[in-house]
Design a protein around this ligand. Structure first.
Ligand SMILES: NC(=O)c1ccc[n+]([C@@H]2O[C@H](COP(=O)([O-])OP(=O)(O)OC[C@H]3O[C@@H](n4cnc5c(N)ncnc54)[C@H](O)[C@@H]3O)[C@@H](O)[C@H]2O)c1
Length: 383
């Protein structure tokens, strides 16, 4: 019997557009999904750019206005991979048209937007997915499995950091990620939202936060476009950076204590996303730079034989691993998107709830909002 077809329209074709396109193209070659994916339309505002992207990324056609994608009756899933400022309008319109929405993170630029978007999706009665892809790394999924099986017992701490350094140079231009109206917030929204998602997923809901934010470089050279590309720089003109370069916060979540750090000023750290969980029966640690590995300290090991061991999460018994290569043949960043798309498409085809979905996106945004309010008020904020 032939499988049902799920037809996708993707809005945005640069960084995440490429990652998502690759996932749609490849996922059926690794997973036996209950539906076939048809990559119908990719959308961008620049016709020459989006036409070229359609060819390179494997889309049947292209559009230059996202409204065309939503109006297309053949399209089942609208994937929103644009900067945050456009998410709310596109997601709400897609949901109102009865489409399934897949959306990049953080879902909105403000909590009010996120509430509106979650409500629109709820009203549509359709499933949704949010691209918090790191929880789909096999080693992170293994940590989740062990926590759910009770192998860690009570969790005391989560210590999370997402560290980058790409704007530490004060000559780096004012791209969209450094503008509040485009990005919502800076390091907090962009990378802090990922560590919020992993912490919620592994440890539980945030109940209180206390944070502080800093913008180290307040003026930067203007760029010719807000498209994420550097464009032509206007000679000596500068503009104000309106987001945080770094945000740190402490939190109570799921009965545990958490520390969180999101910065783009950690020189030498290109994309270090790590956490350590300390619990009653042992500790777990993950580091994206060694993403196939999970470190495990087993407190029940005999005296004299205790210490962290490194588990390579590539065995057939490990989450997602059986879909790829023989044991020890490692996978990479792009596979986190394949795993997420596999789960999301399966959920859409079977009527199950996809995780993470818009409700997770909303819960995430509540934490980001609370951290911002805490930093502004220099006090603890309850959720
Ligand atoms: N899941 C992750 O790990 C991850 C990583 C990076 C970015 N993101 C998120 O993905 C989203 C996009 O980020 P990016 O890095 O891909 O940005 P990008 O600048 O590389 O690409 C943005 C794309 O959106 C298009 N676009 C912008 N406005 C549009 C509009 N009105 N209509 C149609 N197309 C439009 C641009 O032309 C471009 O193709 C953001 O929400 C970001 O936070 C997530």
């Amino acid at each position: 019997m032939s499988k049902p077809v799920l037809t996708v329209g993707l809005i945005g074709y640069q960084f995440m557009g490429r990652a998502h396109s690759n996932a749609y193209r490849q996922v059926g070659r690794f997973f036996d999904l209950p539906a076939t994916i048809r990559m119908k339309t990719v959308c961008g505002r620049n016709e020459a750019g989006v036409r070229a992207a359609a060819g390179i990324l494997g889309w049947e056609g292209y559009a230059t206005d996202w409204r065309e994608v939503i109006a297309d009756p053949e399209i089942d899933i609208v994937d929103v991979s644009t900067p945050g400022a456009s998410h709310c309008e596109i997601v709400c319109a897609a949901a109102a048209a009865g489409k399934v929405v897949f959306c990049e993170k953080p879902i909105g630029n403000t909590l009010a937007e996120a509430e509106k978007m979650a409500e629109a999706v709820r009203k549509s009665g359709r499933p949704s997915a949010v691209f918090h892809n790191y929880r789909k790394a096999p080693a992170v999924a293994l940590a989740k499995q062990w926590i759910e099986e009770g192998r860690l017992g009570r969790i005391f701490h989560i210590r999370s950091a997402y560290l980058q350094d790409w704007i530490a140079d004060s000559d780096f231009p004012l791209v969209w990620r450094l503008q509040k109206e485009q990005a919502g917030s800076g390091a907090l929204a962009d990378i802090g939202s990922h560590i919020v998602d992993m912490a919620r997923h592994l440890v539980g809901e945030f109940t209180e936060v206390c944070g502080t934010m800093e913008t180290f470089v307040k003026q930067r050279p203007l760029v010719g476009s807000t498209d994420g590309k550097l464009g032509a720089r206007a000679a000596s003109e500068t503009g104000e950076v309106t987001v945080d370069d770094a945000t740190v916060w402490i939190a109570r979540l799921g009965g545990a204590l958490g520390t969180f750090e999101a910065t783009r000023f950690a020189l030498g750290r290109k994309n270090l996303n790590r956490f350590e969980i300390n619990a009653e029966k042992g500790s777990l640690a993950f580091n994206l730079e060694r993403m196939n590995e999970l470190e495990w300290y087993d407190a029940s090991a005999p005296e004299g034989a205790q210490g962290f061991s490194t588990i390579q999460a590539t065995e057939a018994v490990h989450p997602y691993a059986a879909h790829y290569w023989p044991v020890g043949h490692i996978i990479g960043y792009e596979h986190t998107f394949l795993n997420l798309v596999a789960d999301a498409v399966t959920a859409v085809a079977t009527g199950a709830r996809c995780e993470p979905d818009m409700e997770d996106g909303l819960a995430n945004q509540r934490v980001l909002d609370a951290v911002e309010r805490s930093a502004a008020g220099r006090s603890w904020v309850s959720l």
